[in-house]
Ligand binder design. Sequence first.
Ligand code: PLP
Length: 459
Amino acid sequence: MSASLPLESLVATALTALAAGRKERGGPLPAATPAEVEAAVDAALAGEALPLDGVGEEEALATLAATVAAGAADPADPACTGHLHCPPLEVAVAADLVASALNQSMDSWDQAPAATVLEERVVEALGDLAGLSGAAGVITTGGTASTYTALMLARDAAPDPVTVFSSELAHFSADRGTHLLGLGEVVKVPCDADQRMDVTALARLLAGCPAGTRPIVVATAGTTDFGSIDPLREIAGLVHARGGWVHVDAAYGGGLLFSQQHRHLLDGLELADTVSLDLHKLGWQPAAAGVLLARGPELFGPLARRAAYLNPLDDEESGYTSLLGRSLRTTRRADVLKIAVTLRALGITGLGERVDTCLELAGYAAEAVRRRPDLQLLCDPVLSTVVFRYVGPAGTADDEVNGRLRRALLASGKAVVGRTEHEGRVQLKLTVLNPVATRADVDSVLDLVVAAGRAEQAR
Ligand SMILES: *Cc1c(COP(=O)(O)O)cnc(C)c1O
């Protein structure tokens, strides 16, 4: 067996390969077709993802790290603006390396003594920030897992049958989670003109719910496309009056909690039974950094299981506590470390400034869209997404041109612009999550969109 190289030298190799790959790419994504990306990966693998004899640590790491970096969609590039895909803080990346090196596992105290305490402190601090004092919670793989877990806790909180409601703009993971949990289909509540759940419609639907049925309402604080925030206070009032459960999916909008300027938009969040936050969005963490908060530790009751080899009762009674009962996972990374380092390093102020900067830049982007006659803004941004269409000089460009121009930008390696649909029409989307991006960066992406649109229309 060949000896392993020390971490110091491997990290140096990794950083060199990262820089070389980025340099080779020279933009937000590789200027390549899907087939060309495939060929580059196959070349780096020399056609063998699993050779009989290894090529050696240095060679494998240098080659594959450089290849993936060269072929990456790089959220640190201001023209990479398609998704809720943030540039990670370097301090969080460094902390994540430590988490990997230590390889703590959060399912039992004897696999993660200090990290277990750290997770409890971080969750408590985030619960306080969200106004859910006394909250319990857990670090998750993200909004999808948080909402799934929350729906399960809500389902099992009482024996009576439940019906799940969400707005028509809620994240698809609420639908899939509801289905996976055997709760049927989500009842969709229409949205108002501002893309927020229409509470009058919700009240009507709740009133039509058969007696003895408990409502579970997934409210969204920051819809993925529009950043719109459902009226959380009114929703909580209606749902709690019927003995129901409110889960607030604040995967995107939860970042506003750090902002003195914008946190008022989350009014009513503190009334939720469960809340999901994604710090790999407006929190600048490397994925994954999801957080599920619940009003109190007893809400996690349905997840409690005793495993003789993980959380024996006498250990627990002697103070060797474990977080096994908070998560659907067993082996679980100490994702808390990067989060804790970030919270301590930047504080509420440092994170809030970054949130404010992104929201302000999105406001500028909306103005910049309005200034370009070739583009048509769909609505003013609430958070940091800007949804618009390319209409062209005559205002006639169709869905197909919008689809093609986005792929042309991808193939050119110059910009990653998002794509979605609204009322059956293709829309383009900028998602501003880069706090060091500038107005000039925004203008340059929009100019690229216009140029690509005109080229596609002329075809
Ligand atoms: C991103 C997002 C999710 C999904 O979160 P993951 O971390 O990708 O699992 C859920 N809800 C909303 C509103 C989101 O923006």
